[in-house]
Design a protein around this ligand. Structure first.
Ligand SMILES: NC(=O)c1ccc[n+]([C@@H]2O[C@H](COP(=O)([O-])OP(=O)(O)OC[C@H]3O[C@@H](n4cnc5c(N)ncnc54)[C@H](OP(=O)(O)O)[C@@H]3O)[C@@H](O)[C@H]2O)c1
Length: 261
């Protein structure tokens, strides 16, 4: 099926690794143009330039999504290169492994800067261009713990819940402008995030064995971590003009993890 993405223009934040890189690869494979950002420009350029189609249809920009000025420059460079925008994938992020009692005020602020303002600002900066698109879509990459908090990720869970709430507001408010807003909530996905956690917590353990135990411990029905490509597909499907009546929706990509109904 043709997803209707060829020739369209998308922003992807946090595009140098994991889900953001896989989404960028899939959009390029569908013939779309992608403006990709991350903080470490060398890594971003190296990873994105290796993707098929990148030399003709990708732009890489150093931007920290917590910084309003950098986000505005990112959007301006994308629009200068492409002439318009059809969508935004708000993916940049990481988790803060800390219980409520171990989280100080600065860490709470940092989590909200990243997970709430790091989405709000790219959407705000892209808005004039999204309004001009005939198939505008925003996808917010979120986590299942937005609805199912984990005690060991207290601030991350609360910030994710705030983002889920904001996504519903944006979907309602921007529907009149023809802009769809949806969320993809992740369970445990095998990316840089978990590789880093393994290196910190259990550097001597065999990674596949450690990851399988993690999946069992967290009650993942499918018994394994997901792959970044398995998240990229629902993101790209939600961006597609073919999903024209889907807004305010939340798609879980967690291999069956989840204790809520
Ligand atoms: N993997 C999971 O199990 C899981 C579960 C739930 C939710 N998530 C969420 O899903 C998203 C993707 O995760 P992932 O596992 O693919 O992570 P990842 O492999 O660690 O990649 C994170 C990406 O975000 C970028 N980034 C981080 N902070 C940024 C900032 N302030 N501004 C701009 N870019 C930033 C990183 O590049 P730089 O460091 O160079 O900036 C990198 O490109 C994140 O929001 C994550 O929290 C992941």
């Amino acid at each position: 099926m043709d997803l209707g993405l060829a020739g369209r223009n998308y922003l992807v934040t946090g595009a140098s690794s994991g889900v953001g890189l896989a989404t960028t690869a899939m959009l390029l494979a569908e013939g779309a143009r992608v403006a990709a950002c991350a903080r470490d420009l060398d890594r971003l350029r190296t990873r994105v330039s290796a993707l098929p189609g990148a030399s003709e249809r990708a732009v890489t920009v150093a931007a920290d999504v917590r910084d309003a000025g950098q986000v505005e420059r990112f959007v301006a460079e994308a629009v200068a290169g492409f002439g318009g925008l059809d969508g935004v994938v708000n993916n940049a992020g990481r988790s803060l492994l800390a219980r409520w009692s171990d989280t100080d005020d600065q860490q709470w602020h940092d989590e909200l800067e990243l997970k709430l303002f790091g989405v709000l600002r790219p959407v705000r900066a892209a808005l004039p261009w999204l309004r001009k698109s005939d198939a505008a879509a925003v996808v917010n990459v979120n986590a299942i713990l937005a609805r199912q908090p984990e005690a060991r990720l207290a601030a991350t869970s609360a910030a994710r819940a705030a983002l889920l709430n904001l996504s519903a507001t944006l979907a309602a408010e921007l529907a009149g402008d023809g802009i769809r807003v949806n969320s993809v909530c992740l369970g445990l996905i095998d990316t840089g995030q978990w590789r880093r956690r393994h290196d910190e917590l259990a550097p001597d353990r065999d990674y596949p064995e450690w990851a399988a135990e993690l999946a069992a411990d967290r009650g993942v029905a499918m018994g394994r971590l997901g792959r970044a490509e398995e998240v990229a597909y629902p993101i790209v499907a939600l961006l597609s003009p073919r999903a024209s009546y889907v807004t305010g929706a939340t798609v879980d990509v967690g291999g069956g993890v989840g204790r809520y109904v």
